[in-house]
Design a protein. Sequence first.
Length: 187
Amino acid sequence: MKYFYSRREPNWSPWCRFRYQQVPVGMAHWLRYPGSLTARLKQAAQGNFRLRLLRQGWARPLESERRLLGMRRGGVVILREVEMLCGDVPWVFARTLIPVHSLRGRARRLTLLEERPLGEVLFSDPTMRRGVTQMAQLRPGHSLFASATCGLQSVQTLWGRRTLYHLAGKPLLVNELFLPDIPTSRP
């Protein structure tokens, strides 16, 4: 699988900056869900959920990711990209960034997940704290759009969110882009 990255970023904003009429019907409940997306997807997939690891390794974050994580220029992260599927149909493209300085203590185990969902670990850890969540509409040419839609036909726009988490006080960033086949009715 090829990975394409643009440095042109979408306009990530807090939910309060979006008007309900901007967000497609059926997408708001995914974007605003405060709990574990993994658990919610498993419920919606009715036992047919699985995760596909696309890539994991060292990388440099995008500029807005770097700032959100409080990193210096030139810093590196462990980058993990996965698809969350119902059967063989991808519903979510997720990109997790863990800064080097966060890979101490409890967070070290996050590099060993392979095809285990990150949400299972985060939401079961009593030290986990959820920070800021931002939403964006992504279009062709935006960073992450091409990687998220690789292999999908005629996708014009995606909605996504990204959340800053703290595990034992150490930051990590999770981007979740909702793909066209995700159910739009509440599970």
